[in-house]
Design a protein around this ligand. Structure first.
Ligand SMILES: [Zn+2]
Ligand SMILES: [Zn+2]
Length: 118
């Protein structure tokens, strides 16, 4: 078996010696990064504030909690379908969630993103 001399990882600023000839260490594998789908533009600033105010005055309670028969004040403006998955930033795609429900949903979404193929 020929042994190739170790070479430093080609990732900028890394320099970990690689012995398998790939030129990349375990932390920086040579992968074609998945391109982010064209996410809808996020509304910010004054317009977002208006949308938030309207959302929370129409739906003051966390919808996830309501479903479970709990009454919790919504504090987070959540995208029902995340922008990264093609959701839009308008009233039909937003709901009010409390912080714990919002964090749980965000975690589910990022887990889904990690497992998504293609
Ligand atoms: Zn590296
Ligand atoms: Zn909740």
């Amino acid at each position: 078996m020929p042994i190739s001399p170790p070479k430093p990882c080609t990732h900028p600023g890394c320099g970990v010696l690689v012995r398998d000839g790939s030129g990349r260490c375990a932390k920086h594998p040579r992968v074609a990064w998945l391109k982010q789908p064209n996410a809808a533009k996020r509304v910010t600033g004054r317009r977002l504030q208006t949308m938030r105010d309207r959302l929370f005055s129409d739906h003051p309670l966390c919808v996830e909690c309501e479903r479970l028969g709990r009454v919790t004040l919504a504090t987070q403006r959540d995208h029902i379908t995340p922008l990264a998955e093609g959701g839009t930033d308008d009233d039909s795609n937003v709901q009010g969630l409390c912080r714990p429900c919002h964090e749980a949903k965000t975690q589910r979404e990022s887990a889904r993103g990690r497992h998504r193929v293609g």
